[in-house]
Design a protein around this ligand. Sequence first.
Ligand code: ATP
Length: 347
Amino acid sequence: MIGVSANGLVMRFDGVTAVDDVTFDVAPGEFVTLLGPSGCGKTTLLKMISGFLQPHAGSIRLGDEDITRVPPEARDTALCFQSYALFPHLSVRENLEFGLRQKRLSRDERRRRVEEVASTLELDPQMDKLPNQLSGGQQQRVSLGRALVMRPGVILFDEPLSNLDARLRDQVRILIRRVQRDFGLTAIYVTHDQSEALALSDRIFVMNAGRVEQADTPEALYYRPRTGFVADFIGGANILRGRLTAQTAPGEWAVDTPIGVLTARVDAPRRGAEVHLCWRPETAELAADGLPAQVLHRAFQGHFTDLAVATNGVPYRIQVPRTQAREGDEIRFRIAPEHVVVLEAGP
Ligand SMILES: Nc1ncnc2c1ncn2[C@@H]1O[C@H](COP(=O)(O)OP(=O)(O)OP(=O)(O)O)[C@@H](O)[C@H]1O
């Protein structure tokens, strides 16, 4: 297993900086997702790692080797696309074998690898069919198989599930994670779908305007976002401005906000400091002595009820497991200090 590291990568197109001084390390065997809105530079970064784009500055290493100037076919990487990129006139078997023939592997070795991958991906019954005789999910498995037969050190995915319907997406997602573990591959996966990223990844690199804004585990990104962009992009947090007023316990401060006084854990507090706070809707608990809020809209969701509420004209959301509250009612709620996060930068 090999890791990938990038140092100071820059890519510009016609004066637009698509990737702006990106540095990261992906550990051997790690599954990392590049997540961010359309145009933030995810695909450009992936193409630099695979060698289809040359960076204007910076370097990329695969294990101990500097591969910045190594052509794509000589890199120990394989790419799996959303558009499958299968040869329409070749059978599934021939599609799977294609890269191995180009590498001039022996017939026995080709057969061994193709059979192993076909059985892992349950493609055996499809081997003599042409791509247009397959469903979208089957075509995506062939595309994955073509990458796997190469036994790359690093497998790169560019939105591989985006052409599949919701049910198939779940199945192929689980399959991707399983083969990545079983084959001992390092994986870099591009998506703009946050739930896909949260479900698949060891770590997520959240990208914004060509930069990696935060690189963390899914849990840390969700519960400890560092910026307003990350808090909002991952799971939609409530974000409020506030001012630190007084210490209430060791490491805990009262924060004056437009919806009332909240208590937050604060690392480096300064009395009077203006901060941005974020908290997740589901961390609110109904409590008779809590902050008041007026219910604007109620949406029952089964295991929780989503309440759009407002206090002093400021709208936000809370989610509670069970409530009789209706539009127009006043509710009261509290949030434990460990769930109120002080951001390094606002939205
Ligand atoms: N070949 C190109 N020529 C000119 N501009 C480009 C080219 N490729 C990408 N860009 C620009 O670089 C920026 C980053 O594009 P990129 O495709 O990496 O974004 P992305 O995050 O993968 O977006 P999406 O999720 O929509 O695929 C965008 O502003 C895009 O318009």
